[in-house]
Design a protein around this ligand. Structure first.
Ligand code: LHQ
Length: 263
């Protein structure tokens, strides 16, 4: 395990584990944590032995968004929050969405502000039953960011997205699952075991095909049916030429488990 102060990075069985690690501040982001988080995501892109990512938080929270202590209005400085988004959040969000490998998020506790929206950018989100998601921005006069206005309106539609953002009411894990915001809510005690098992299983899967699946799913929202059918044709052509497709069919014919190499 390599350890930076604010983000823990682990490796095992093709899974890159990324743990936000400022538990005393509910893993809210300061500059150091932003930089370490982005570096870990970049590793996931660059290292072909990484075939899945598992993101979680240390301690009782997942992530409480931006560290508000860094923005003390008593300092007299007028902050440029757009700069913070452009420099830190947006590049990390783009790295999560463009990574052609599964990103699993295990929400172990409260996810507030940008912390909630980082979770919603991941591919498969499991949350502890006790976890809650809070669009906390309106409590401090801000607008939702870190992709929240994009993901919430797409997943939930405007009525629920607006109400969550304007009221900042906490949304429990079970309700988040019922609304389709996350994959599922699981018992607190089994969250990490279940999420790790899923990450390992996906890391042993046909990574190229899973990555192309992610690309297709993400393109669908802005494509016409015709454009999407064309894209499916093109990417299926690519998947059909992969070693993992040949292995998958062979394993089926030989009545055994496939051994995918991710290529
Ligand atoms: C915190 C934080 C925190 C510092 C808990 N900062 N210490 C983007 C661009 C640039 C700038 C602005 O922001 C953004 C995006 C954003 O994310 S804006 C939204 C920022 N986040 C929030 O507004 C959430 C603030 N936190 C809370 O409302 C509560 O802490 C929640 C509801 C998350 C959890 O409540 P509790 O379970 O009651 O825990 P707590 O409030 O007692 O927090 C525990 C400790 O963590 C506490 O420290 P202390 O020294 O008193 O024990 C908090 O001060 C600290 N903490 N969030 N964002």
């Amino acid at each position: 395990m390599t350890k930076s102060e604010t983000v823990l990075v682990t490796r095992g069985q093709g899974v890159l584990g990324i743990t936000l690690n400022r538990p005393e501040k509910l893993n809210s982001f300061n500059e150091e944590m932003h930089i370490a988080f982005r570096a870990a995501l970049q590793t996931a892109h660059d290292d072909p032995t990484v075939r899945a990512v598992l993101l979680t938080g240390s301690g009782r929270g997942f992530c409480a968004g931006q560290d508000l202590g860094d923005r003390d209005p008593r300092s007299g400085e007028v902050p440029d929050l757009g700069h913070t988004l452009e420099t830190f959040y947006n590049p990390s969000l783009r790295l999560i969405r463009s990574l052609e490998k599964p990103v699993i998020c295990a929400v172990n506790g409260v996810a507030a502000g940008a912390g909630a929206n980082i979770a919603f950018a991941c591919d498969i989100v499991l949350a502890a039953e006790s976890a809650r998601f809070i669009q906390a921005f309106s409590k401090i006069g801000l607008v939702p960011d870190a992709g929240g206005t994009w993901s919430l309106t797409r997943i939930l539609g405007e009525p629920r997205a607006k109400a969550l953002a304007m009221t900042a009411e906490p949304l429990g894990a079970a309700k988040a699952a019922e609304w389709g915001l996350i994959w599922k809510a699981v018992e607190d005690a089994s969250l990490m075991e279940e999420a790790s098992e899923l990450a390992s299983r996906l890391a042993a899967g046909p990574t190229l095909g899973l990555g192309l699946t992610k690309r297709l799913m993400q393109a669908a929202a802005t494509h016409s049916l015709d454009e999407q059918l064309d894209m499916e044709r093109d990417l299926q052509r690519q998947a059909g030429r992969s070693a993992d497709y040949a292995e998958g069919v062979l394993a089926f014919l030989e009545k055994r488990q496939p051994e995918f190499k991710g290529q």
